[in-house]
Design a protein around this ligand. Structure first.
Ligand SMILES: Cc1cc2nc3c(=O)[nH]c(=O)nc-3n(C[C@H](O)[C@H](O)[C@H](O)COP(=O)(O)OP(=O)(O)OC[C@H]3O[C@@H](n4cnc5c(N)ncnc54)[C@H](O)[C@@H]3O)c2cc1C
Length: 308
């Protein structure tokens, strides 16, 4: 049987977070013709603005920007190209794989979906209207506006505690409002509890963000007693999880209840040559080291398939 003609790209990676950048950099080292598509101007995804990313043991703590820029340089130095446009559709069939953006169609022999996840919003009254006027999801970008002020961080996982650790030295007080027990790593818990200006409000959720021109407080509800109370604060930082960015993908791609792409290994079932890695994938464990490992494993599978 005649082999299908090779596409313009060996590999298109969609998403320029750490997973996508890592995949693109590794594929470039294999000599593949790689095209990376990222919707934002900034690369790095969820950690783009994180001051102290940890979990890559050989590196120690580093900023998300340094990590992203060093990976981007590895991609471009090896001849990979980066396009800053949102991917709008993916088509796959006997003719190959095609990723559509506003600027055109990007044909490829293989694709890695690394569109990650977006931080979940509280979804309560006042949040949307006060976003940018006291509600923020980036302590490194906006923490300085709250110097000497009282702020609330919502959530009890790694991200909430990491952001609280950025705010604690700047703000007068940081109140962590959490529905459940802390789920964060012990190292973060030990560091945050060492700050005298940090306190915890347990078993509680935020019902409303209060304020007109800027945030003046939150109304919280205790899930055990059913009682509500107001907490005065100038800033609210919600870190209550994230939802996978899969809305642009074909409906028939298998998804779990949370919207994450279900893979067999890392391959998308029923879609030859297409892989999903990192935070967009069902079962991803939330650690950058895993995103990097999945990136390398997906590229190795693509290289083996090309050789076979
Ligand atoms: C505040 C915070 C701190 C964290 N700190 C750590 C840490 O210290 N250590 C650690 O191990 N983990 C940390 N994490 C978790 C870590 O950020 C994630 O596990 C990791 O970023 C997932 O990487 P990803 O590339 O899969 O997805 P993402 O980081 O979500 O990147 C996805 C990228 O795809 C892009 N994209 C989305 N849709 C499209 C589209 N249609 N077209 C083109 N591009 C698209 C997005 O713009 C984004 O750049 C932290 C998370 C947060 C929120």
């Amino acid at each position: 049987m005649a082999r299908r003609k090779r596409a313009a790209n060996d590999l298109v990676v969609i998403g320029g977070g750490i997973a996508g950048l890592m995949a693109a950099a590794h594929a470039c080292r294999h000599g593949l013709k790689v095209h990376l598509i990222e919707q934002d101007l900034l690369l790095g995804g969820q950690v783009a603005n994180v001051e102290a990313v940890d979990g890559l043991p050989a590196i120690g703590e580093t900023s998300g920007t340094v990590l992203a820029v060093s990976l981007m340089e590895a991609v471009t130095a090896a001849g990979g190209s980066i396009l800053h446009e949102p991917a709008q559709a993916l088509e796959a069939g006997d003719g190959g794989i095609c990723i559509r953006t506003e600027g055109g169609a990007h044909e490829t022999d293989a694709a890695i979906i690394a569109t990650g996840a977006r931080l979940r919003r509280l979804g309560v009254p006042g949040e949307e209207a006060l976003t940018g006027r006291g509600v923020s999801q980036c302590a490194a970008c906006d923490g300085g506006f709250f110097r000497g002020e009282d702020v609330v961080v919502v959530g009890g996982g790694d991200a909430a505690l990491q952001e609280a650790l950025v705010l604690a030295p700047i703000c007068r007080s940081v109140t962590l409002v959490t529905r459940n027990a802390l789920r964060a790593k012990r190292a973060y818990v030990e560091r945050i509890t060492a700050h005298e200006n940090v306190r915890f409000v347990w078993s509680s959720t935020v019902e409303a963000v209060l304020g007109e021109d800027g945030v003046r407080g939150v109304r919280i509800r205790n899930g055990e007693t059913g009682e509500s109370e107001e907490l005065a604060c100038a800033g609210v930082f919600p870190f209550i999880g994230s939802d996978p960015n899969t809305g642009w993908l074909p409906q028939h791609f298998p998804r779990d209840a949370g919207g994450g792409i279900i893979t067999h290994g890392l391959a998308v079932e029923g879609a030859p040559g297409i892989y999903a890695i990192g935070a967009v994938r069902s079962g991803y464990n939330g650690q950058i080291a895993s995103a990097a490992g999945e990136a390398v494993a997906a590229v190795e599978a693509i290289v083996r398939a090309r050789q076979g």
